[in-house]
Each structure stands twice: as structure tokens, then as C-alpha cells.
Write a protein of this length. Sequence first.
Length: 114
Amino acid sequence: MEELRNEAYESSRIYKAKMKVFHDKNISRKTFEPVQKVWLFNSRMWLFSGKLKFRWDGSFVVDKVFEVGAVRIVDPKSGTMFKVNAQRLKPYTEEVSESRGVENFSLSDPVASG
């Protein structure tokens, strides 16, 4: 009975190690550089939070990146500085504007041929 238990523990340990390797290789590491624009995750509790509500505030500018995973960001509007965990940040992407050559067009309903 003890032998079966040890075999089950060993099998479980091997499975967990394989799953950890699989999970870790799919994680994308975020790296931030000074002067980079970022979004800040807003984790405040909302009274009437919608499921599809946008929970990212921004844009903030990275001021300094610390070794322990902390990042100091600056709000360009007010100039206030925050020190936050890098997990609460994601890179800011500029919105595509019409001046960049993006053409808008409207779609019409399809006409059934019969």
C-alpha cells in the first residue's frame, strides 16, 4: 500500500513540474523603459461596475524602473508620481487617427438575390 502511495505522489510531482514548465513558457514578461507610456489598472471597487467597463487609466509615463518589479510613473496632466507594481501596468498604444491615412467607410445591408 505504501508503494502505491509513493508512486502516486511521484506521478503527481512529475505532472505538476510539466504543467509549471508549460504555464511559464506562455507567460509574456513585461519590460518597461523610462519615458514609455503605460496604462494603469484601476482596481477600485465600483458601486455600479459594468462587466464591459474599461478598467485601465492612462496614459502615464514611466519615470524609473526598480529591480524588484516596481515602477515609478508620472501623471503628465498633474505631475504627480506613483510607485506601483509592474503587474498593474500595460504598454499604452496610441489610437489610430484619421490623419494617419485610415479611411472610414460604411457598410450597407446585403441585398438578397432571388
